[in-house]
Design a protein around this ligand. Structure first.
Ligand SMILES: Cc1cc2nc3c(=O)[nH]c(=O)nc-3n(C[C@H](O)[C@H](O)[C@H](O)COP(=O)(O)OP(=O)(O)OC[C@H]3O[C@@H](n4cnc5c(N)ncnc54)[C@H](O)[C@@H]3O)c2cc1C
Length: 678
C-alpha cells in the first residue's frame, strides 16, 4: 500500500503539485448539469483523427481528465524490451505536451496503477459521469475492458468506446465476414465493401477543457509481480510503482526507462505524434513514391534511409492514425490517376499495406487468445515443430514457456535470436532487429522462414516471442498473423517457396553493404565471400581481419575478430524441412483437432512426426523441388502444388527503390539466379 496524495491539476505545470491542494465543494454526481469525463488513453497516443477523443469532446464536458493507467501487465507480464518502452515513453510525452499546448492546465496524467483497480476509485473521487476510450480488440485489452465496463456500470458511469485503431471496426469486419476470421486480403476487401467507405479522418481539437481538481484520497494498489518476463532487459530494479500513484514528483509524470530499471534504448528511432506527422508529410510529398509504392520492389537491405515508410511503430502506439494515413495516400493516388500518371494498386500499394494490417486485426478479433497460438486454434495448421510451447491444459492457453525437445535445436534458436547463425544475411537482420527494433518486411520474411519451415523447423511461436521482445512496432495481431503466414501454418501455404539465406540477400545487396553495417566483423570481407565467408580461404579471412570458426561463443582469436561457421548445411536442412512440411500437410491437422488437443497427434505421423525433421528420411533430395521465394505475397491460400523449377528467374525481378530517395540504384537486381531444382 502506498501513501494517498492530494494535488491540483489546475496548476500542475506551474506549482509544486504536492503543496497546491485545492479544496472545492464536493458535488454529487446526480446534481451535475455537465458531464465530468475521464479520457483514457491507451492505443491512441495522438490528437489528430481520434474518434474517441471527439466523442469525449462532443459531450461538452465540464472537466476532461486525460489519463493513462500504468498497467503492471505490460511492465511485468507482456514481453516489452527497452527499445519499445522508449517508443512508448516518447509517444506519451509527446501527446502530453500537445495537450498542454491546447490547455496549459492540462496534460496526460499518468496514474501508476492498473485500470481495473484504479478507475472505480477515480469515478468516485472525481465524480465522473463518463469514461471514454478507443476500442481495443487485442485479447488482453478486450478482457480488461469488459471488466472495466462492468465496474463502470456498477458505479453509474456511462462508457463510450469508439473504433479508431483500424480502417474499419474489426468486430464489424468479422460480422460482415460471417463471424469468421479474415484469412486473405480479398476476404477483408469483401467485408470492407459491405461496411462501406473508410471513415474520413477527424481534425485534431483546437482546444481542450480543463481537467478537474486532482485532489485525491486514494490508496495505490501496488502490483505483486510473481514473475518478471522482462527481467533480462533490466539493469536495475523496476521502480515505477514504488514512488506512489502520481510518480516520484507527485505530478503524474510519464515514467522513465531508469525508473523501469531498463537498459538505455539503442534504437535510433524516436516516438510520438509530432514525428509521425512530419514523417508522413515527407512521404506524401514524394508523390511518385507514395503513388507507385509496390512492396515487393522495396529493398530489405536498405538502411539510412530504409526503403519503406517506417510508420509501423507510430501506428502501433496510435501516434499516427491509420485512417488518416490511408486517406492521405489515396489522395495522392487519385491525383496521379487524374493526371494519367502510373499508380500502384492493393495489395502491393501503400493502401494495400494498411489492408493487410486490418486483415490481421480482424483475424485476431474473431479468435481472441487462441489466435496467438497453435493449440486450440482452428485456423492454424499443426506442424510438429521443435521447441513447442508449454500448454496450460486448464485454460488451453500457452504458458510462455517451451519444451526443449532437442538440445541442438535450442542452440540453433539461441544463435538465431542473437544473430550468430553463421549466415551473414540472417545475422545482419537479427542484429538490426536487436539494435534498432525495426527491420524491413522482407527481412522479417527471411528470418521467419529460416527459423521455421526453411531451416530450423522450430515453432513459429518462439520466433514471434523474440519479435515481441525486440520490435518497436510489435503489434500482436500483425506479429502473430505474419509468423503464421511465413511458417505456412495459416494465411499462406506455399511451403515449397523458401527463402535462401544466401541467394535472396545477394539479389538485393550484391556488395553486402547491409551485412557490413550490421555484422561489423565482416566489414572488410571480399564481396565474393560476404554472404558465405566460411568459403573464403584462410588468407582472405586474415586479410579481412576475421577468422571464420566456432559457434559464435568467441569474438576474438589471435588478435583477429571471429565470426562463426554456418550452424548447418542450408540445402540439407531446407530439404529436411520441406519433407517435414509435406508430411504435416498431408496429415492435415489443425490446432483444434482432437488429436492435437489430447496429445495423440503423433499417431497420425510416420515415426511419431520426427522422421523427416530428424533427417531419418530426409536429407538432400528428400523433395523433388522447391522454389526460391522472392517476397511476393500471393493472395492464394489453398493447398499447395509443389512445382518443378524452371531454372531461371523470370524477367520481372524486383527493382529496388532504395531509401526515401527512391533511386533505382541497384542495377544488378535483375540478374538472374538459378533455382536449385533437385
Ligand atoms: C514475421 C513478421 C512479423 C511481423 N510483425 C509485425 C508487428 O509486430 N507489427 C507490425 O506492425 N507489423 C509486423 N509485420 C508486418 C510488416 O513487416 C511491418 O508492418 C512493416 O515492415 C513495417 O514497416 P513499414 O512501416 O516501413 O511498412 P510499409 O511497407 O511502409 O507499410 C505501411 C504500413 O502498413 C502496415 N503493414 C505493412 N505490411 C504489413 C503486413 N504484412 N502486415 C500488417 N501490417 C502491415 C504497417 O502498419 C506499416 O507501417 C511483421 C511481418 C513479418 C513477416
Amino acid at each position: 500500500m502506498n501513501k494517498p496524495f492530494a494535488l491540483s491539476g489546475a496548476s500542475i505545470s506551474k506549482r509544486n503539485p504536492r503543496t497546491s491542494i485545492v479544496k472545492k465543494e464536493c458535488r454529487i454526481r446526480g446534481n451535475m448539469t455537465k458531464p465530468r469525463v475521464i479520457y483514457w488513453f491507451r492505443t491512441d497516443l495522438r490528437l489528430h483523427d481520434s474518434p474517441a477523443l471527439k466523442a469525449a469532446l462532443d459531450l461538452k464536458p465540464e472537466v476532461l481528465y486525460p489519463i493513462w493507467c500504468w498497467d503492471s501487465h505490460y511492465v511485468y507480464h507482456a514481453r516489452v524490451g527497452n527499445n519499445r518502452w522508449q517508443m512508448l515513453i516518447d509517444s506519451m510525452n509527446d501527446v502530453s505536451k500537445s495537450i498542454t499546448k491546447l490547455n496549459h492546465n492540462s496534460k496526460m496524467f499518468v496514474l501508476r496503477e492498473r485500470a481495473v483497480s484504479l478507475l472505480p476509485k477515480l469515478f468516485n473521487a472525481w465524480h465522473i459521469t463518463h469514461l471514454v476510450f478507443e476500442k481495443d480488440t487485442d485479447a488482453y485489452g478486450r478482457e480488461r475492458d469488459n471488466e472495466v465496463m462492468a465496474l463502470a456500470k456498477k458505479a453509474g458511469v456511462e462508457v463510450i468506446t469508439k473504433s479508431g485503431r483500424t480502417l474499419w471496426d474489426s468486430d464489424d469486419v468479422v460480422k460482415a465476414h460471417g463471424g469468421k476470421p479474415t484469412m486473405s486480403i480479398s476476404q477483408l476487401q469483401a467485408a470492407g465493401a459491405k461496411l462501406g467507405d473508410i471513415a474520413a479522418p477527424i481534425e485534431a481539437p483546437k482546444s481542450l477543457p480543463d481537467p478537474g481538481e486532482m485532489s485525491l484520497e486514494v490508496e495505490q494498489t501496488q502490483p505483486q509481480p510473481k514473475s518478471d518476463i522482462n527481467e533480462h532487459f533490466r539493469e536495475g530494479k523496476e521502480a515505477t510503482y514504488s514512488s506512489g500513484i502520481a510518480g516520484p514528483d507527485g505530478d503524474f509524470s510519464v515514467p522513465t526507462l531508469e525508473e523501469l530499471g531498463m537498459k538505455p534504448a539503442t534504437t535510433p528511432h524516436r516516438g510520438g505524434e509530432s514525428i509521425a506527422l512530419r514523417m508522413l508529410d515527407e512521404i506524401l510529398a514524394d508523390e511518385e513514391y507514395t503513388g507507385t509504392f509496390e512492396k515487393p520492389k522495396t529493398s530489405p537491405a536498405a538502411f539510412e534511409p530504409q526503403s519503406t515508410c517506417l510508420t509501423s511503430p507510430y501506428l502501433h502506439f496510435g501516434a499516427l492514425s491509420c485512417r488518416y494515413f490511408y486517406h492521405k495516400a489515396d489522395e495522392v493516388v487519385q491525383k496521379r490517376k487524374k493526371a494519367k500518371k502510373s499508380v500502384s494498386e492493393p495489395p502491393t500499394s501503400l493502401t494495400g499495406q494498411l489492408l493487410f494490417r486490418d486483415m490481421y486485426f480482424a483475424a485476431q478479433a474473431a479468435l481472441g487468445f487462441s489466435f496467438g497460438q497453435t493449440y486450440n486454434n482452428p485456423n492454424c495448421r499443426f506442424i510438429p515443430w521443435h521447441l513447442p510451447s508449454k500448454i496450460d491444459l486448464r485454460t488451453k492457453l500457452i504458458t510462455g514457456g517451451y519444451e526443449i525437445d532437442d538440445e541442438e535445436k535450442e542452440v540453433w534458436f539461441q544463435r538465431w535470436a542473437h544473430g550468430k547463425t553463421g549466415f551473414p544475411w540472417i545475422d545482419a537482420i537479427m542484429r538490426q532487429l536487436r539494435y534498432e527494433g525495426w527491420i524491413h518486411h522482407l527481412a522479417r520474411h527471411s528470418v521467419a522462414c529460416f527459423l521455421t519451415r526453411g531451416g530450423c523447423y522450430i515453432s513459429w511461436e518462439r520466433g514471434a516471442e523474440v519479435f515481441e521482445d525486440l520490435l518497436i512496432d510489435h503489434e500482436a495481431a500483425c506479429n502473430i498473423g505474419n509468423w503464421q503466414w511465413l511458417s505456412c501454418t495459416a494465411f499462406f501455404s506455399q511451403f515449397y517457396r523458401c527463402y535462401s539465406p544466401v541467394a535472396f540477400g545477394k539479389k538485393w545487396d550484391p556488395n553486402g553493404e547491409y551485412i557490413r553495417k550490421f555484422v561489423p566483423e565482416l566489414k572488410d570481407m571480399d564481396k565474393k565471400y560476404i554472404f558465405e565467408p566460411h568459403k573464403a580461404p584462410i588468407s582472405d579471412q586474415k586479410k579481412a581481419g576475421v577468422l571464420i570458426k566456432g559457434d559464435g561463443e568467441d569474438t576474438e582469436s589471435d588478435g583477429l575478430k571471429v565470426y562463426p561457421k554456418p550452424m548447418f548445411d542450408f540445402p540439407t536442412q531446407r530439404d529436411i524441412c520441406l519433407q517435414g512440411m509435406k508430411s504435416a500437410y498431408s496429415v492435415g491437422l489443425h490446432g483444434n483437432d482432437k488429436k492435437v488437443l489430447d496429445g495423440t497427434w503423433k499417431e497420425a505421423f510416420d515415426d511419431n512426426g520426427e522422421g523427416p525433421t530428424e533427417g531419418i528420411k530426409g536429407g538432400p533430395g528428400g523433395l523433388a523441388t522447391f522454389e526460391e521465394a522472392d517476397g511476393v505475397e500471393e493472395a492464394s491460400h489453398g493447398h499447395p502444388t509443389p512445382k518443378k523449377g524452371n531454372g531461371e528467374r523470370s524477367s520481372d525481378s524486383p527493382k529496388a527503390t532504395r531509401g526515401r530517395k527512391r533511386e533505382r540504384s541497384q542495377s544488378t537486381l535483375d540478374a538472374s539466379f538459378k533455382k536449385k531444382a533437385k
